[in-house]
Ligand binder design. Structure first.
Ligand code: NG1
Ligand code: ZN
Length: 562
């Protein structure tokens, strides 16, 4: 494409999506995320970048998801998805930030610069898949994305309202037709049965088909009960479960709440992030004690469970509990099929509860690594195992199976002794049910339900594997959150001076105390995490560390936020 044809880049910007703000915006852990009203020009420019990225990847499809996940309704965001269904390569984050912040007048020249820098062949075809969450600002932003794609003569395909993981799945399938068919519904086979080869399955066929298949092999027994309540966060995940529900034939009885009707607001006092951070049940869900409840976030990529006891006290089963449940079950199946050369490992972040890390190491005897916050770091680390289970404590995670693992398990399923074959076949269904591209609340929900059913366990049995240390998360607003630097997978803070030694002093006064601070990548705050032997102590430690951040890192206002 000759440089003169980049004029249209400026024309679209000026006429349709002008930059109306000078607020600097940065591509963070989850792409760009801020007030929806500040995003239109950013999304348009990401449409341009997606086309360039697609051409650099030889015309393979790139994804663009319009969402602000668990944030409240007024926010929105955009992130790019790479051809394998993974997060955008890190080295492109700086390019995205540059393109998002230049003036409209400089946009044409900067676009040309970027094309040159990444050596994109603008004569190639380019393909971009676009999806959005349920926010009322999303359609307008999706239109800006399409214009960005058009301005550089790429082909945009809109998926409408989808969960983030559905879009990741479709991008992966479009580029690798052995993984599946890039559609939500699938085309060939009736109500989500697991027929045909993996490459012929749409999203529901893959996940739900595998679940039904495995349920045929695992009769309900023990204290497992097929009724599951779900808090849909008034977002897209609940809506998709409502579609799936109709095809479940009693294998799982979903009772869905917070589906977006009745004035329920997205993520407001409900959803996985609210439940995890506030450690309180969502509004709008009514149930008896010990009923298993799953809570999704607004774009359907996070999942936590909880139940209430007889005293209405909430008990949370977060990402750590899900990770340990899945890792222990896969380990069991690997043993049963005697695939002893396959190494399983677990990846967590500093937010993982200390009790979970101890349980994984000492009881499950599974290697565990700790990485920086942000799915891309976890995903990457999980790829170093034959089978890598990764979860953030907030409920975002999945399981990755290497080609070696898949080949070995397939071979055992065909050639092994009868007992080995049985375990390997269950494992193959388990792999089918997993969305390996990214953490996926719907896929994870079916994985959890499968393990509980296989073990005949209720939610209390699951909880009893280990006891979480009480913990607390707080936020502190400071003048410049980037004044905080961290090291050792964010567990220690290297600036501002004196803060880490203050944290060490405070932690030393608490039994089982642990605390760390880091700047958020999605909000303009510093996050504080603390755990200790009692809830009272965890709360106190978190408050004291927040005060230290406030004092030493330039707190804004009268005192730290509650
Ligand atoms: P930040 O705002 O950087 O803490 C939050 C989550 C991340 C990740 C991103 C993306 C916590 C403490 N942090 O990031 O784990 O999920 O959002 O959504 O939960
Ligand atoms: Zn999310």
């Amino acid at each position: 494409m000759p440089p003169s044809s980049l004029r249209v880049v400026y024309a679209f910007a000026r006429e349709m999506h002008p930059k109306t703000t000078d607020v600097f915006i940065e591509y963070g852990t989850a792409g760009f995320r801020t007030k929806a009203s500040l995003l239109e020009h950013v999304v348009y420019r990401m449409g341009l970048l997606a086309v360039i990225r697609s051409r650099v990847k030889n015309g393979r499809t790139i994804g663009m998801m319009i969402t602000a996940s668990h944030n409240l309704e007024p926010d929105n965001g955009v992130k790019l998805i790479d051809p394998e269904g993974e997060m955008l390569e890190q080295s492109w984050e700086e390019i995205a930030t540059r393109l998002a912040n230049v003036s409209d007048n400089d946009l044409e020249a900067t676009t040309a610069e970027v094309i040159k820098q990444v050596n994109a062949d603008m004569g190639l075809k380019a393909s971009v898949f676009i999806g959005m969450d349920t926010r009322y600002t999303s359609p307008r932003l999706a239109a800006a994305a399409v214009h960005g794609v058009m301005a550089l003569k790429g082909t945009a395909k809109e998926f409408g309202i989808v969960t983030t993981p559905i879009l990741h799945y479709c991008v992966r399938c479009r580029n690798d037709n052995t993984y599946g068919t890039p559609t939500e519904e699938g085309r060939k086979y009736g109500p989500y049965s697991l027929v045909g080869t993996p490459g012929e399955r749409g999203y529901y066929e893959k996940i739900v088909g595998a679940f039904k298949n495995i349920r045929g092999k695992l009769p309900v027994h023990g204290s497992y009960n097929t009724t599951l309540y779900v808090d849909g966060a008034n977002g897209v995940g609940g809506k998709k479960l409502n579609i799936i529900k109709k095809s479940l034939d009693g294998e799982l009885d979903l009772v869905l709440y917070n589906l977006g009707g009745n004035g329920g607001k997205l993520n407001l006092n409900c959803g996985a992030d609210f439940v995890k951070v506030s450690q309180t049940p969502p509004v709008g869900v009514e149930h008896a004690p010990f009923q298993r409840v799953a809570s999704l976030d607004g774009d359907g990529d996070r999942l936590v469970y909880y139940y209430l006891d007889n005293n209405n006290k909430m008990h949370l089963l977060d990402g750590d509990k899900i990770a340990t449940l899945l890792a222990s079950y896969v380990t069991e199946l690997l043993k049963a099929c005697e695939a002893t050369d396959l190494k399983l490992g677990l990846v967590q972040t500093a937010y993982a509860n200390g009790a979970s890390t101890k349980y994984i190491t000492e009881d499950l005897k599974v290697p565990v690594s700790c990485v920086k916050t942000g799915v891309k770091h976890l995903h990457h680390a999980a790829q170093s195992y034959d089978i890598g289970v990764y979860f953030e404590a907030n409920g975002h995670g999945t399981v990755l199976y290497s080609d070696k693992a898949k080949t070995t398990i397939r071979r055992i399923a065909q050639e092994g002794e009868p007992e080995q074959r049985k375990a390997a076949q269950l494992l193959l269904n388990f792999i089918d049910m997993t969305n390996e591209t990214v953490g996926d609340a719907i896929s994870d929900l079916f994985l959890v339900e499968t393990v509980l059913c296989a073990r005949g366990q209720n939610v209390k049995d699951w909880m009893e594997a280990y006891t979480d240390l009480p913990c607390r998360q707080l936020k502190v607003t400071v003048q410049d959150r980037n004044a905080i630097s961290t090291a050792d997978a964010e567990r220690r803070c290297t600036a501002p001076e004196g803060l880490q030694s203050r944290i060490d002093e405070l932690v030393a006064t608490y039994k089982s105390g642990r605390s760390f601070v880091r700047p958020s990548g999605t909000e303009d705050v510093v996050r504080v995490y603390a755990e200790a032997d009692t809830q009272e102590n965890a709360d106190k430690l978190a408050a004291e560390v927040s005060q230290a951040v406030f004092d030493l890192a330039g707190g804004v206002g009268d005192r730290p936020l509650a």
